[in-house]
Design a protein around this ligand. Structure first.
Ligand code: PHE
Length: 358
């Protein structure tokens, strides 16, 4: 082995043996530094004759190149190993522990809406929906409330800006336009319930400009007021979770029903709490009636063959009664303390067999 080959083997062994960057740097300096072994060899070329230089130069230079390359390769390997070690030691667990309690709750209006749907679904009703911004035609005219009809004043309507064709949209003042939408696209028999938002220009402890109603509509060949009464009775028993209720009918007027009936529910308010089925107080429950044949006609249903009944009531009012909430406006103030107090657990989904409210 030549001296150069021995020197190379020594240096490369030292490079391989260097366990960290400091050790590797020491090896590098000892070979390639100013006084390093390889540098000394290269310097010795200066004192040689041209022929000697020719003979030794390429070997010395290629030795230097190999040493430089070996040091660089080892350096990269050491850096990679150091990075891997750091990644393992500095690992951060960014997952948070599961929160001990659910933070949100179900709003009483949502809860009552689900309760109402559960009860009517059990009676064979399906859910129908309509938009909050409604055609004037569906909200009024087809429901037998023509323009200039005095009943329009009773509704304190929010009007939306006029369309290009001069027609006006309204924020629906009741859920009754869903009756129209349903009859226009569905043939009898019809049995739907339609809960949703409604709007009127009104605000005090028992009125909110935005509130919720539920609408019921049944159209078939044989329907009568007895069916209507039975349906509402079954609803009240299930909703208020009592075995018996007593309802009182009052004659009323709605342009879209004939005859029209408003229902009150017997209750007892004497003990500071409200009880249903007994007592001497009456609570307004719902407006209703047999669907006016003109409305059937307006919606493409033959009044000679079909008849039906409809009813509508306030969801917020039902929630206030059932859960003892005194002011309707508090429903829509988004006060978290109120929501925590009156809200329902997220998994407390109302079912008739599981109990509506627990
Ligand atoms: N739409 C009526 C109201 O808002 C309620 C109603 C619905 C009456 C269906 C009769 C039939 O007061």
């Amino acid at each position: 082995m030549t001296d150069i080959a021995i020197l190379e083997r020594q240096i490369l062994d030292a490079v391989t043996a260097a366990g960290d960057e400091a050790a590797l740097d020491a090896v590098r300096v000892s070979a390639l530094g100013k006084k390093g072994t390889v540098s000394e060899l290269l310097k010795s070329l200066g004192a040689m004759t041209p022929d000697e230089r020719k003979a030794n130069g390429p070997a010395f230079n290629s030795l230097r190149d190999r040493v430089v390359a070996a040091v660089a390769a080892r350096k990269t390997a050491l850096e990679d190993a150091a990075l891997d070690a750091r990644l393992v030691s500095e690992k951060v667990d960014v997952t948070l522990p599961v929160r001990p309690e659910p933070q949100g709750s179900i709003h009483p209006v949502s809860q009552v809406l689900e309760e109402v749907i559960a009860i009517f679904a059990d009676l064979g009703f399906s859910v129908a929906e309509g938009p909050d911004v409604e055609y004037d035609d569906y909200n009024f005219t087809r429901l037998n409330i023509p323009p200039d009809h005095p009943a329009r004043q009773m509704h304190d309507t929010f009007y939306v800006a006029k369309q290009a064709d001069g027609s006006r949209h309204v924020l629906r003042t009741h859920t009754s336009p869903v009756q129209v939408r349903t009859m226009l696209k569905q043939k009898p028999p019809i049995r739907i319930i339609s809960p949703g938002r409604t709007y009127r220009v009104d605000s005090d402890a028992t009125h909110s400009p935005m509130f919720h109603q539920f609408e019921g509509l049944v159209i078939d060949e044989v329907t009568h007021l007895g069916h209507l009464k039975w349906t509402l009775e079954e609803f009240c028993k299930a909703f208020f979770e009592v075995d018996a209720v007593e309802m009182r009918a009052r004659p009323s007027f709605f342009p879209f029903t004939e005859p029209s009936v408003e229902w009150d529910l017997r209750c007892d308010r004497s003990g500071g709490q409200i009880k249903f089925g007994t007592g001497h107080d009456w609570l307004e429950l719902a407006g209703s009636g047999m669907v006016n044949p003109r409305v059937l006609e307006n919606c493409g249903i033959d009044p000679a063959r079909y008849q039906g009944y409809a009813f509508g009531g306030g969801i917020d009012r039902l929630a206030m009664l059932k859960y003892g909430i005194p002011d309707i406006r508090s429903f829509f103030e988004s006060d978290l303390r109120w929501l925590r107090h009156y809200g329902f657990a997220a998994l407390d989904i109302p079912t008739l067999d599981g109990g509506l409210s627990r």
